[in-house]
Design a protein around this ligand. Structure first.
Ligand code: HEM
Length: 537
């Protein structure tokens, strides 16, 4: 098993040193002192005042007082599992990533599924996009594929992410609604952002109320790069395909389940793994040659677009199996820190402006969520390969670095690691040629917002289309401002007139002449009050 490395159990064995089991053990303080009475505090007399001296009480209460950490800014509600990944055959032609070379190697993974909007205690069955985040503990370091169960996102540029999230989260004055998009601020924002339509169509479809995490697809969303040993690049889109197939519940079922068992998805995942019915997902890639970058009608860098499978088929190149529940939700599922910037040699980024913003956001937010820069030492986050560098100190440091030297270059040696030669492997960024002006703009190639939502809608069966009409009608029916409902209906007319008419009728509105929707996205010169005439149908 490659000396343990690359074996599917390797991460579990690594975690073993941090596991604790109190069975038949004496109760102790955090200093290891045995405790004889866990029922009573220390008092001055039987009915007397409690003594400040009671270090056992103080320690117990103090630790309890600090048990909570901030929940994730988004994707707060989730469930996780351990497993492993195996590639079907070597992908050396496209990528040098080691975990994609040898079908006999099992790479350990930890997966976290999540909803986006609701807080940690919200219902699993909310209409929402689901997170599908995978951490591969590879022999070359951790690789995180931080994806969603929809292949497109609501915005094209990271600049808009705080606005998107502020609009969809519960409204600030009364913190309503929890875990739902059905409110004015969300639809106000969305109806002013036509680029969100494709993701909105996915969110209003049955995909947004999955039957189970085991029956959900996953997508890397952005276009990434594969880099092979020769340094050649291919564009790649990542997919997860559940072997149980794709299944959803009906909206009526979702609302009932939310009442009866808000933990429905979490419980389903847990129970399936306990019963040995291990969830399996095939890993799929769509590969595009570098020279084909501009052959599509959309831009590969635009995260609101899919590459239709008719144009570039999905090749299934491996399989992930989830075969073990966590021992402790907080230690593992809550403290795991995914980051799209955790990549390994053989994989690289593109200039997708949403991806580029994400590369900043995750580490930044985790510094506050997980209390400083040493959270990579938390057992669930540490790689299965050793870490050597000159980073030092900070809160909660656990590593005990030896030697005098924590700088480079140095002539004293003694504990200081050295940088790898190119022949020793290591990460080398793809040398993309850049010759450009520094500008704050949106590329014209990102302008068509309506072709793909229409494509998506028309790909649905009649029953599924009806579900979408019902979803739009229900969600917009919760919006109090009639002007916002009308603005949304007007945008729908740009995508599918039949859908727009049905939703309008359900809302008691008329479809107005398809006026072009307001589009604030195309640069500083756009007057927000004027209407942009150039969005393609
Ligand atoms: C979680 C930011 C777009 C998938 C998060 C978190 C932040 C964040 C701050 C919380 C992380 C933590 O506390 O550990 C952003 C920004 C985005 C963006 C700034 C756009 C500019 C996306 C997109 C996807 C995505 C496009 C899907 C491809 C996820 C997932 C999680 C997450 C799955 C939860 C990870 C987990 O299970 O711990 N995001 N996000 N995000 N994001 Fe994003």
């Amino acid at each position: 098993d490659k000396n343990g490395q690359g074996n599917g159990d390797f991460k579990l064995r690594d975690l073993e040193q941090n596991r604790e089991d109190g069975t038949e053990q004496f109760l102790t303080t955090n200093q290891g002192v045995r405790i004889n009475d866990n029922q009573n505090s220390l008092k001055a007399g039987e009915r007397g005042a409690t003594l400040l001296e009671d270090f056992i009480l103080r320690e117990k209460i103090t630790h309890f007082d600090h048990e909570r950490i901030p929940e994730r800014i988004v994707h707060a509600r989730g469930a996780g599992a351990h497993g492993y990944f195996q590639v079907y055959e070597s992908m050396a032609k496209y990528t040098k990533a080691k975990f994609l070379q040898d079908p006999s190697v099992k790479t350990p993974v930890f997966v976290r599924f999540s909803t986006v909007v609701g807080s940690r205690g919200s219902t699993d069955l909310a209409r929402d996009i689901r997170g599908f985040a995978v951490k591969f503990y590879t022999e070359e370091g951790n690789y995180d594929l931080v994806g969603n169960n929809a292949p497109v996102f609501f915005i094209q540029d990271a600049m808009k992410f705080p606005d998107l999230v502020h609009s969809v989260k519960p409204e600030p004055h009364n913190e309503i609604p929890q875990a739902a998009a059905a409110h004015d601020t969300f639809w106000d924002f969305i109806s002013l952002m036509p680029e969100s339509m494709h993701a909105i169509f996915w969110a209003m479809s049955d995909r947004a109320i999955p039957r189970s995490f085991r029956m959900m697809e996953g997508f890397g969303v952005h276009t990434f790069r594969f880099i092979n040993e020769e340094g050649e690049s291919h564009f790649v889109k990542f997919h997860w395909k559940p072997l149980l197939g794709l299944h959803s519940v009906l909206w009526d079922e979702a609302t009932r389940i939310s009442g009866k068992d808000p933990d429905f998805h979490r419980r389903d995942l847990w129970d399936a793994i306990e019963a040995g019915a291990y969830p399996e997902y095939e890993f799929g890639v769509q590969i595009i040659a570098e020279e084909d970058e501009h052959k599509f009608e959309f831009d590969l860098l635009d995260p609101t677009k899919i590459i239709p499978e008719e144009l570039v088929p999905v090749q299934r190149i491996g399989k992930m199996t989830l075969n073990r529940n966590p021992d402790n939700f907080f230690a593992e599922t809550e403290q795991i820190a995914f980051h799209p910037g955790h990549i390994v040699p053989g994989i690289d980024f593109t200039n997708d402006p949403l991806l580029q913003g994400r590369l900043f956001s995750y580490l930044d937010t985790q510094l506050s969520r997980l209390g400083g820069p040493n959270f990579h030492e938390i057992p669930i986050n540490r790689p299965i390969v050793p870490i050597h560098n000159n980073q030092r100190d900070a809160q909660m440091r656990q590593m005990i670095n030896k030697g005098r030297v924590s700088y480079d270059p140095n002539s004293l040696g003694g504990g200081c690691p050295f940088q790898a030669m190119m022949t020793d492997g290591g990460f080398h960024s793809y040398e993309e040629r850049i010759d450009a002006r520094k500008v704050r703009v949106r590329s014209e190639s990102f302008r068509d917002h309506f072709t793909q939502p229409a494509l998506f809608y028309h790909s649905q069966s009649e029953a599924e289309k009806k579900h979408m009409v019902d979803a739009f009608s229900f969600e917009l029916g919760k919006v109090e401002m009639i002007a916002i409902r009308q603005r949304m209906v007007n945008i729908l007319t740009q995508i599918d007139m039949d859908l727009a008419n049905k939703v309008a009728a359900n809302l008691g509105l008329a479809t107005q002449n398809p006026e072009q929707p307001i589009n604030h996205s195309f640069g500083a010169n756009t007057d927000p009050k004027t209407v942009q005439p150039t969005d393609k149908r």
